[in-house]
Each structure stands twice: as structure tokens, then as C-alpha cells.
Design a protein around this ligand. Structure first.
Ligand code: TEU
Length: 536
């Protein structure tokens, strides 16, 4: 259905971790040509856009989130020509391309940093955050998210530089206007090439306190300080508005910000990056649901807070998984019920109000892979094993078929392929109309035909009582009733609304089953999408 609302409001966005999607040259690492080769699959699935985790040049200390050249593509992923071809082919297929914009920091091997650390007179000296030591120690108590002090002493300069992540990822100084202009220039380079938008890495960490005050301590495990001065500084919004103006020079482009906080998540903070709904980012991620245990009420409360936090013209987006978190299916737990839970979660994600973001493999019900210490490559996992095993478990190769390496590569994959690949893979599931893959596909296609599901008003009906969630989505003369049983037991519900209804999708009922009321007995883990027929 044609729509006048922008694509990023009604579309479905699919995150690809390029190393793990499809390896076209059999070196064990996924690449851009591999993505181009799989566009047909993405078109079949029905996604409107793909967001690629970083593909720029990088020494890969943080697997691409440490960029050493913003203007080129890392050879392990291919060439700039491959990327242009991807844009062209994707656009022909009606699929948009979103790049990762990692500009809180660069790689320590970026030429900007080489200049900055070469001499105090260098024109890029202030593009990074330098500070003298205090009594022979780091300037303050700020910690790196990846462990240890956030300050590294540079013997040549005789000063410390700030790194919110690894010491190989020095933080850029967003207070410097020349630096910001260079970021804008780089954004225009990709926008001119046809990129449809950017996902902004840790956008709430860009600006730091100008007085470098110590953070207050807290008693939280894993993070013993309150990030009052090194994150979430209010000055950042001015720079985000500047960046929005750059994107607005082009038609139909979008930005989505990763507003990163530790559990329990922060809907208010995430929403603040939408500005007035038109002047900062188009979308932002709130992590609350990803941090919640499986429960209808908990999920509902997250959504309620999230919607309430949004500015009047703001639009939500929703997400269950990404490359930093355990895969949804594993997080929901449930043992033998884990796939049922993943199905309920999928119906939830795809029928909520807000743009859904899927993480590659989520549509197959992929699980976290079990990796041994020697297989871990993520610097976080290597540092904290076995207390925290890092992020590799949710970054393993996409499962295409039951052949060698699940059809991902004929070489030795950079991370092991999940051992369950003979059961869980695209080939098997595409041919099974009841698979979770076809569940995703069917609902995505129903969404395309019915604006109520993408753009419609959200009206909660059952708010988690008895572990059931139910809501209406309404647009014009379309009304949908979505009901989700989060529990392993049958549940009776009375939604108190009469009329003629028919099932559009259900994990348990036959399609086109009719009702004259919404009083029903739900099967364990039933998720149904039911449409009102005739006049509202
Ligand atoms: O993530 C931000 C971030 O803070 C996480 O890395 C988090 O600390 C970690 O997952 C532990 O929960 C972004 C990217 O998504 C991540 O992949 C990068 O490593 C990080 O920024 C640095 O660029």
C-alpha cells in the first residue's frame, strides 16, 4: 500500500552484522558482495531497509567500531565499488541502506589521531580529548566501558587522551567545530552516494563535561560510577540539531540513535534525542525491553513508559536484539518453550506501534551459540571471561542451509557456526509454512497491506494481567486486535467487544476463522492477529 508517511515510520529495518551474513569469497568473513547476493532473500522476507554494522576501514580491535578511514570500505568486506553496487541493487529492489556512523571515537590509527598526537601545534590537536595528569595519575575517575581507566597516557605528548571504550578507540572532541565540520563532510559523501540513513553509535556519549569533574560513585556491579559527567551531557543536543540539518539537505533520509545506557534502560533519555520530534534524530533505541525478563506485564510497562516519553511529533522504534546483547530467543529462556516465546515476541515486535528493527537470524529463532574460551574474539569477552563471555555468542554466522558451515562460507568461519544449524536454517524454514521464518514473513507482508498495523493508533486492552497482553491497532476504518499469551497455560480472555472478526495470523488458529466476540480461550503461547470485518 502506498503511504504518504516516511518509509522509516512504516517500514521494517533489518540489522546485518556484515562479518556474519554471507561470505562470497570464502575467506571466512562475510562481505558486501555477500549481502548483495542475498538481497533476494531480504526482498522475499519483506524488509524495507538494512542497517549494516560498520564496513569502513578498521584495524578491527572492536570489529569495525574502531574506524581508521571513514571514506573507504575495509578490504575484508570488499571495495567502494562493491558498496556502490550494493546501494544500486538494493535500491532496485526497493530496499534502503543505512550505515553505522561511529563518531564518538575513531581508531587510534586514524590519520586525524596521528595528527592530533603528533604535536600540540597540529591543527587537529583539539579534535580529540587531551588532558594533563593530576599528581602523576589520570585526570579523573572516568572509567572505560570496556574496563579500566578511560584515560591513556601518551608518552610522546606527555598527556592523557580519553577513550570511552578501548585505548585503541580515542574519543573525538565534539566541542571542536572543525572536527564537527569534518564529520558533516563525511556524512555528505555517503549521502551523495545514495545512503539512506545512519545509525549513530553511542550518540549520548559524544559530549563530555568541559570541567572534567569526577563521576559520583554508585554500588552497581560492573559499573561502579554514575555517568554524570562523561555521558548524557545536555550540550550534545545542539550538535545533534546541526547534524540533523545536514541530513535534511537530502530527501527521505533518516537517522537512528543508539542511546546506550546499562539496565534498566532509559526511555526518557532515549526520547530526549528526538528533540521536538522534528529537529534531532528521527528514531532512537530504548533498551528497556531488551533488559527485561519474559513477562507480559514487564514488556507492557516498558512500552507504556516509552510511548509516554516521546515528544508530540516523535515516532517510536522497537527492537528485541542487536549485536551487543544476547539473542532474544536465548534471553527469553523458557527451555523447550524458547521457540514459542520467540514467536510471541515476534508478533509483539511486528504489531506494536513503532518501527521494528530485526537482527539477522532473529527471523529463524537463532539462539546464542555456545562458544569456548579459545573461540572468543570479542575484546570484552576476552577480558571478562568467564564472568562475562562477551558478544560473540550473538554474532555467529547466519544459518542459510544444512550444508557445510550452514552455507555461510566454504572457508573457516571467523566465529563458529551454531551447532543446531541442521535444524535452524533458512532453507528448511522457508519450505515450512509453520516455521518462525514464515511467521516473520507473513506478518511483515500483512503489515504492508494494512496501515493499522504500521501506523495505527495503539490502544491497550489487557495490560499484562495473567501474563496476557492485548491491544487494538486502529487506522481509518481498519481495526485489529492483537492478543499474546506469554504463558505456558491456557488463558480465558474477555475483551468485551462484539462485531465480526476474522483471524489474519495466528500461531494456533486457522486463518480466516471467524468470531462474533473477543471472548476466547487462548492456547499456551498463542499469538493472534485478528481483524474486524465491516464497519467499525
Ligand atoms: O555500543 C555501546 C556500548 O556501550 C556497548 O558496547 C556495551 O558497553 C557493551 O555491549 C556491553 O554491554 C556501541 C556498539 O554497538 C558496540 O558494538 C561498540 O563496541 C561500542 O559502541 C563502541 O563503538
Amino acid at each position: 500500500m502506498k503511504s504518504s508517511t516516511p518509509w522509516w515510520k512504516h517500514g521494517v529495518i533489518y540489522q546485518i552484522y556484515p562479518r556474519s551474513f554471507y561470505d562470497s569469497n570464502n575467506d571466512g568473513v562475510g562481505d558486501i558482495k555477500g549481502i548483495t547476493l542475498k538481497l533476494e532473500y531480504l526482498l522475499w522476507l519483506g524488509v524495507d531497509a538494512i542497517w549494516l554494522s560498520p564496513v569502513n576501514n578498521s584495524p578491527m580491535y572492536d570489529f569495525g567500531y574502531d574506524i581508521s578511514d571513514y571514506y573507504d570500505i575495509d578490504p575484508c568486506y570488499g571495495t567502494l565499488n562493491d558498496f556502490m553496487e550494493l546501494i544500486e541493487e538494493a535500491h532496485k529492489a526497493g530496499i534502503k541502506i543505512i550505515m553505522d556512523l561511529v563518531v564518538n571515537h575513531t581508531s587510534h590509527l586514524h590519520k586525524w589521531f596521528a595528527g592530533s598526537r603528533s604535536s600540540k601545534d597540529n591543527r587537529r590537536r583539539d579534535w580529540y580529548i587531551w588532558h594533563e595528569g593530576v599528581k602523576g595519575k589520570a585526570p579523573n575517575n572516568w572509567k572505560s566501558a570496556f574496563g579500566g581507566s578511560a584515560w591513556e597516557f601518551d608518552p610522546h605528548m606527555g598527556e592523557y587522551y580519553l577513550h570511552s571504550f578501548l585505548k585503541e578507540q580515542p574519543d573525538l572532541n565534539w566541542r571542536n567545530p572543525d572536527m564537527r565540520r569534518s564529520i558533516h563532510r563525511m556524512m555528505r559523501f555517503w549521502l551523495d552516494m545514495g545512503v539512506d540513513g545512519f545509525r549513530l553509535d553511542v550518540v549520548n556519549w559524544f559530549v563530555k563535561d568541559d570541567r572534567f569533574r569526577n563521576n559520583p560513585f554508585t554500588v552497581k556491579p560492573f559499573d561502579p560510577e554514575k555517568h554524570k559527567y562523561d555521558r548524557n551531557r545536555p550540550e550534545v543536543h545542539e550538535y545533534i540539531r546541526e547534524l540533523r540539518n545536514v541530513v535534511d539537505e537530502y530527501d527521505g533520509r533518516m537517522t537512528v540513535g543508539e542511546v546506550f545506557t546499562l539496565p534498566p534502560g532509559s526511555p526518557g533519555l532515549a526520547a530526549s534525542f528526538l528533540g521536538n520530534g522534528n529537529d534531532e534524530l528521527h528514531l532512537t533505541f530504548d533498551f528497556s525491553i531488551m533488559y527485561r525478563l519474559w513477562s507480559a506485564r514487564r514488556f507492557y510497562n516498558c512500552i507504556k513508559k516509552w510511548y509516554k516519553s516521546l515528544p508530540e511529533n516523535g515516532w517510536p522504534c522497537n527492537v528485541l536484539s542487536n549485536h551487543d546483547q544476547p539473542r532474544g530467543r536465548s534471553r527469553f529462556m523458557g527451555g523447550a518453550d524458547s521457540e514459542n516465546r520467540a514467536r510471541v515476541a515476534a508478533v509483539f515486535l511486528l504489531t506494536l506501534k513503532g518501527t521494528p528493527f530485526l537482527y539477522y537470524g532473529e527471523e529463524l529463532g537463532m539462539k546464542n551459540a555456545l562458544l569456548s574460551r579459545s573461540e572468543i574474539v570479542d575484546p570484552l569477552g576476552r577480558r571478562y571471561w568467564p564472568v562475562y563471555r562477551g558478544r560473540d555468542c550473538s554474532r555467529t554466522p547466519m544459518l542459510w542451509n544444512s550444508r557445510n558451515n550452514a552455507g555461510f562460507s566454504n572457508g573457516r568461519p571467523w566465529l563458529p557456526v551454531d551447532s543446531d544449524y541442521k535444524n535452524i536454517n533458512v532453507r528448511n524454514q522457508a519450505g515450512d509454512r509453520y516455521s518462525i521464518l514464515n511467521l516473520y514473513r507473513n506478518i511483515i507482508h500483512i503489515r504492508k497491506r494494512h496501515k493499522a498495523l504500521s501506523e495505527g493508533k495503539f490502544v491497550p486492552v489487557i495490560k499484562g494481567a495473567n501474563n496476557v497482553l492485548a491491544y487494538f491497532r486502529i487506522y481509518g476504518d481498519e481495526k485489529f486486535f492483537i492478543v499474546l499469551n506469554f504463558s505456558s497455560k491456557e488463558k480465558k480472555i474477555h475483551a468485551g467487544e462484539s462485531g465480526q472478526w476474522k483471524v489474519m495470523f495466528s500461531t494456533h488458529r486457522t486463518e480466516y476463522e471467524h468470531f462474533t466476540s473477543l471472548n476466547m480461550v487462548l492456547a499456551p503461547y498463542e499469538a493472534s492477529i485478528i481483524m474486524k470485518i465491516g464497519e467499525l
